[in-house]
Write a protein of this length. Structure first.
Length: 276
């Protein structure tokens, strides 16, 4: 498993994100894309097994929620060696109640297809003060409520609708003056690439963008033909709960390793009078 380096600690604290080159190898990317080739025609609110077509009511493309239900290649992402140590390090909580139920918790996981003219507006940022996705560093340790891994499944370059971040905004106490103009809005197309101090992230297939969710982020509008493909897994402390009204299926839980099961459903055991 990849260890977190001192330079990665510094850059994550400074910028709020890291790029992990070759987080997935070519075989893993091919296996994932083979399954996604069958899912990219799914429509909003349609189901494929326990995976669900979804969007946020914006012009952001199609999300396939609960993508870890779509097969073994996605299950392998739950505790993938390229980033699982980073998640445990930056979410933190070792030896505290944050890991009382397990090492981590995934509150959302999805694939996203984004075509020409589609984008997602800017959102998040330390200025919002949300506890769900906050960033904290105390006594030499990270304590982040949500850290995401975004995986590129095809090359993402100029015109492809790449992720846009505002570096260091995970610490900013002041709202970006252009935030309201460019933020996510129901039924409207907004994007983030023109914002002052923004950075569009270009990735090769298999690269990962790891970032704290309190970082201001969105995307550029896709102007090229074809589609951008990504997968996102969001990790937080074990006491967290699901972002959307989905739950892992019994089938999925039966197929996972003990460690994976603890991350997917850390509060699976429920104490009742009959179980006491």
């Amino acid at each position: 498993m990849n260890k977190v380096t001192k330079l990665q600690e510094y850059l994550f604290d400074l910028n709020g994100y890291l790029i992990i080159k070759n987080a997935l190898n070519k075989k893993e990317v091919q296996s994932i894309n083979k399954i996604l080739n069958k899912l990219n025609k799914l429509k909003n609110n349609e189901w494929h097994g326990y995976s669900h077509g979804h969007n946020f009511g914006t012009k952001d493309g199609l999300n396939i929620q609960q993508i870890y239900e779509a097969g073994k290649p996605f299950q392998n992402l739950i505790d993938h060696p390229s980033w699982i140590n980073h998640m445990m390090h930056f979410v933190g909580g070792k030896g505290t109640f944050d890991q009382h139920h397990g090492p981590l918790f995934i509150d959302e996981n999805f694939a996203n297809f984004r075509g020409p003219g589609e984008a997602i507006g800017i959102h998040s940022g330390h200025h919002e003060g949300l506890q769900r996705n906050h960033y904290r560093y105390q006594d030499g340790k990270f304590h982040c409520s949500q850290v995401n891994i975004l995986l590129a499944l095809n090359d993402i370059g100029p015109g492809d609708g790449g992720t846009v971040v505002i570096p260091s905004s995970h610490k900013s106490n002041i709202e970006h003056p252009e935030f309201q103009k460019n933020k996510m809005k129901q039924g409207k197309l907004t994007s983030a690439e023109t914002m002052t101090a923004s950075k569009e992230i270009y990735l090769k297939a298999g690269d990962g963008l790891l970032f704290v969710d309190s970082l201001c982020h969105g995307s550029a509008k896709r102007t090229n033909k074809g589609e951008r493909r990504i997968v996102v897994f969001r990790y937080g402390p074990s006491w967290g709960f699901f972002r959307h009204p989905y739950r892992p299926s019994k089938k999925l839980l039966s197929e996972l390793t003990k460690t994976q099961r603890k991350i997917v459903m850390p509060h699976e055991q429920v104490l009742t009078p009959s179980s006491s």
